[in-house]
Design a protein around this ligand. Structure first.
Ligand SMILES: Nc1ncnc2c1ncn2[C@@H]1O[C@H](COP(=O)(O)OP(=O)(O)OP(=O)(O)O)[C@@H](O)[C@H]1O
Length: 516
């Protein structure tokens, strides 16, 4: 649905809402965006697709005024504009819902939105408008609830409502369903369809091709900074789209023979008190992970996953007898001792937790390889060995880097994830605990990471995967348990779960008595 306007000759033409022409963005030698053309019409849900590092975030930041292009033009309703800042972008009608929400936990929903909107709004006017928008779009939100009590889906709704209060003509969403349950995602799709029907354009970044095929009527595929194709995703299979994104066909995960072996990780009534009001207390968690097995933990973010990860890695200590690795009680041991027992850990937050942003990749190998005598010997770090190790990880895990040993912050999110996973897997740990292995990772890289986990299990390692991506858990896990409000369900064989049953458990309204 394009605007019908008269050109200077009086003829009626269809103008896209926004058009990018010949956009280029150069970072040193790297062309992150290379001569990109993109047109988005009113009322269109347009997907922006591409593997990690393809240039999606860069392009969207240019449109949102957060990054200045090296060349190219932006036409807004047919007129060239210089997009100077996000403030200007918002004033024009460009709204953006980021992957990571920037909300104040201790403020209420209405207070958060008022702070974000600035001086033209009062708390009372925001409260009234929230009511109207909630009613119009079925986006139920209680204005006086404190943010820390809300689920990820409700937090996302705050960001969407904040954008809607500014009457956007286009809404940009970056990986919006990665934090949602299947039921919450369905609700979001309904809202987006309603918005589009009212003429709002949606620019939708996602690595989940099935949902793109479900809600988007057009898609632009980027590869290595260039537009590879613009197509109707409903007329192409997810497999074909993935192949266009990566330039090769994405294979199926190879199955593996699995016969359960000895116990590697055992949790016995694991409990952890919450140290702040924002933490979730873990309650009586029983779980066993065997050698050669992948156990998946499903759950909506904020239900105890981070606390569970901390208790397993040794960043938080529990009480005697609660956590054992290979029959050895390590409840009171820190992360280094657990690593000497053959364990490895990949936390959810890659920048800042898994990797130090301002350190190079070779320096970042030390986070988990400081016990490797090739890299650190008699207290001395061999820079040469660390560089060689980083190079090996980059090569084997196909990490796309702007120079041979860049700082971690210079990598795109997905490429840093490949590096972090590779850094842990390369030494073949006997136990791997990984939190959100493929969040924000493209189809090709996600396939590679999942295959690497499967290969590690086939080699005989025990793997615990915490993930919000149900497709991922169904694809790789032998058993799945669901975490909700700090309690873990029994870990049942994957084939015995339906998606609906897991979705209900994730919301805490599953079969009674299932939680231990
Ligand atoms: N500030 C920067 N300095 C140097 N290089 C950068 C910078 N920001 C991005 N890049 C590079 O630009 C390229 C495109 O990155 P971008 O973040 O746009 O990719 P993406 O498609 O959004 O990837 P992902 O799906 O992993 O988020 C990458 O190679 C990245 O390393």
């Amino acid at each position: 649905m394009s605007a019908q306007v008269s050109d200077s000759f009086g003829a009626v033409t269809s103008l896209p809402l926004v058009e990018l022409r010949g956009i280029c963005k150069r970072y040193g030698d790297l062309l992150a965006n290379n001569d990109i053309d993109l047109r988005i019409n009113r009322g269109e849900i347009h997907a922006l697709l591409g593997e990690n590092g393809a240039g999606k975030s860069t392009l969207v930041k240019i449109l949102y005024g957060a990054v200045e292009p090296s060349a190219g033009d932006i036409l807004w309703e047919g007129k060239p504009i210089a997009m100077g800042s996000p403030v200007q972008a918002r004033a024009l009608g460009i709204g953006m819902v980021f992957q990571h929400f920037s909300l104040f936990d201790n403020l209420t929903v209405a207070e958060n939105i008022t702070v974000a909107l600035g001086k033209d709004w009062t708390l009372q006017s925001v409260r009234t408008e929230i009511g109207k928008i909630s009613a119009d779009y079925g986006l139920s939100l209680e204005p006086d609830r404190k943010v820390w009590t809300l689920s990820a889906g409700e937090r996302q709704r705050i960001e969407i409502v904040r954008c809607l209060l500014q009457n956007p003509k286009i809404l940009i969403l970056d990986e919006p369903t990665s934090v949602l349950t299947p039921q919450e995602a369905d609700k979001l799709f309904e809202t987006l369809e309603q918005l589009a029907a009212k003429g709002c354009a949606i620019l939708y970044i996602s690595h989940r091709l099935e949902e793109v095929r479900r809600i988007c009527s057009s898609a632009t595929i980027l590869r290595a900074g260039k537009v590879i194709a613009t197509l109707d995703p409903r007329r192409n299979s997810a497999r074909d789209i993935a192949a266009m994104m990566v330039g090769i066909e994405v294979g199926n995960i190879s199955p593996r023979e699995h016969a359960p072996k000895e116990s590697m990780l055992k949790l016995n009534k694991l409990a952890l008190k919450s140290e702040t009001i924002h933490e979730i207390a873990l309650q009586d968690i029983d779980l066993e992970v065997h050698c050669g097995e992948i156990v998946g933990i499903a759950g909506v973010a904020g239900n105890g996953q981070s606390e569970l990860f901390a208790a397993l890695s040794g960043e938080r200590l529990s009480r005697r007898g609660m956590v054992s690795i290979e029959e050895r009680d390590c409840s009171l041991d820190g992360i280094t001792t657990r690593r000497t027992l053959g364990a490895a850990f990949v936390p959810e937050e890659r920048l800042g937790h898994a990797a130090a942003p301002h350190y190079t990749l070779s320096e970042n190998t030390l986070i988990s390889h400081r016990l490797d005598s090739n890299v650190v010997s008699k207290g001395m770090v061999s820079k040469e060995a660390a560089r060689k190790l980083a190079g090996e990880i980059i090569r084997r895990f196909d990490v796309r880097v702007p120079n041979p040993d860049p700082e971690a912050r210079m990598l795109s999110g997905g490429n840093l994830q490949k590096f972090v996973i590779g850094r842990e897997i390369i030494s073949k740990p006997r136990l791997l605990i990984v939190d959100q292995p493929t969040w924000g990772v493209d189809a090709g890289a996600a396939h590679m990471i999942r295959q690497a986990l499967i290969n590690l299990a086939a080699y005989g390692s025990a793997i615990l995967v915490i993930s919000q991506d149900l497709d991922e858990l169904f694809e790789i896990s032998d058993r799945i348990a669901v975490i909700h409000d700090g309690k873990l369900s029994t870990a049942n064989a994957t084939e015995s779960w339906s998606r609906e049953a897991i979705g209900l458990e994730m919301m805490g309204i599953g079969q009674e008595g299932k939680h231990s």
